[in-house]
Design a protein around this ligand. Structure first.
Ligand SMILES: NC(=O)c1ccc[n+]([C@@H]2O[C@H](COP(=O)([O-])OP(=O)(O)OC[C@H]3O[C@@H](n4cnc5c(N)ncnc54)[C@H](OP(=O)(O)O)[C@@H]3O)[C@@H](O)[C@H]2O)c1
Length: 325
């Protein structure tokens, strides 16, 4: 089968499409013919050796995908050959991948493979962050940084579904137009406008209740200083590269909190909560409240260039890789 292979941690250009042996499912695993896989920022970090998880080399990146079950391990009870499924794990940028049976779900009615591939990581991260970690309440004000990116788009839609007023911040007018189209109540171009001043304008100096921060860098401190009494900043990621150092007096002054969000690990600690979140997301999908925004579809040979565009801030929503195209 064809696969995008990482043989050494390093620059994205060292990734190559190669012919490799198809993986074999273990007793608790499923082999999937992949119809679509989604790119995520952690893919770019992982192949460079910059992510918290470093798989043994060589490996095939690609953490979420959708396709058809081709083979099931002897102990698998939750699906059968021919089922259309969504899966997360590793190995998605290939014609076939194995996934643990605990990490698959049936493709819901009305969802195509492309949307299925881009559903789990981003939406589960944002719902877990906003509801479980941030305790976002209806009527509260949510600020989303990097709002036109993968988890950012999901945070806008989920924030609206939870009844919050959503302020979306991003770096270009095209990105902000997408945020508005997805339901953001107000937008800030943090590349050309002062983030704190604009938050003051929009909230009448009241500040925001929750900040969803997948960006870090220079935006985190002004966002913390714009938190209202009892406000919470969710530490989701550091797409900007720099991990901010924050003076904690900003927390004391208004009983603010910084809360870490690590969806992949939280699923292991709270599997029941994850299942409840998936159920909620599927209900919202059926009601038209959340839908992956797909901006590009690329064949396997285009995956490296697309990963570079994503890491270079040039992508909106999700990029889908089509391994069989
Ligand atoms: N904690 C978790 O469980 C979890 C789960 C999934 C992802 N994440 C993390 O969340 C972050 C976003 O992931 P994603 O897949 O949504 O990525 P993405 O689609 O690339 O979105 C990231 C956004 O960050 C902004 N950004 C600001 N400075 C940037 C820079 N120097 N380089 C690249 N982007 C920059 C960009 O928006 P503007 O151009 O508008 O600023 C971009 O749209 C990553 O750090 C990822 O590791 C965390």
């Amino acid at each position: 089968m064809k696969a995008l292979l990482c043989t050494a941690f390093g620059p994205l250009e060292q990734l190559t499409v190669q012919e490799v042996a198809a993986p074999r499912p273990g007793p608790h695993q499923v082999l999937i013919d992949i119809k679509a896989a989604a790119l995520n920022f952690p893919d770019a970090l992982m192949v460079q050796g910059l992510y918290q998880v470093k798989p043994p080399l060589p490996f095939v990146p690609g953490a979420e995908f959708a396709g058809i079950v081709a083979e099931v391990g002897a102990e698998v009870r939750n699906c059968k050959v021919g089922d259309q499924v969504i899966a997360y794990g590793l190995g998605g940028f290939a014609e076939q991948a194995v996934a643990d049976a605990t990490r698959i779900m049936l493709l819901p009615q009305g969802m195509d493979f492309d949307s299925g591939a881009g559903f789990v990581l981003t939406y589960c991260t944002s719902l877990h962050g906003l509801r479980d970690c941030g305790r976002l309440q209806a009527g509260e004000t949510l600020l989303v940084l990097g709002a036109a990116g993968g988890v950012g788009v999901a945070a806008i839609e989920i924030g609206k579904a939870l009844g919050a007023r959503v302020i979306a911040a991003a770096s270009s007018e095209a990105k902000l137009a997408l945020c508005k189209q997805l339901g953001a109540d107000a937008v800030i171009n943090y590349a050309s406008e002062n983030l704190r001043e604009r938050i003051d304008d929009i909230t009448g100096k009241q500040g925001v209740d929750v900040v969803y921060d997948p960006v870090g860098g220079a935006y985190t401190e002004p966002a913390i200083r714009s938190l209202a009494w009892g406000g919470r900043l969710l530490v989701v990621g550091f797409a900007a590269g720099d991990i901010p150092k924050i003076a904690i007096n900003h927390l004391l002054l208004k009983e603010r909190s910084l809360i870490g969000v690590y969806w992949g690990e939280s699923v292991k600690h709270h599997p029941r909560q994850h299942l409840d979140n998936v159920k909620q997301l599927l209900e919202w999908f059926a009601a038209g409240k959340v839908t992956p925004h797909i901006s590009e579809r690329v064949p396997l040979v285009g995956a490296t260039a697309a990963m570079a565009r994503l890491a270079g801030r040039q992508v909106m929503g999700k990029v889908i890789v089509l391994p069989q195209a």
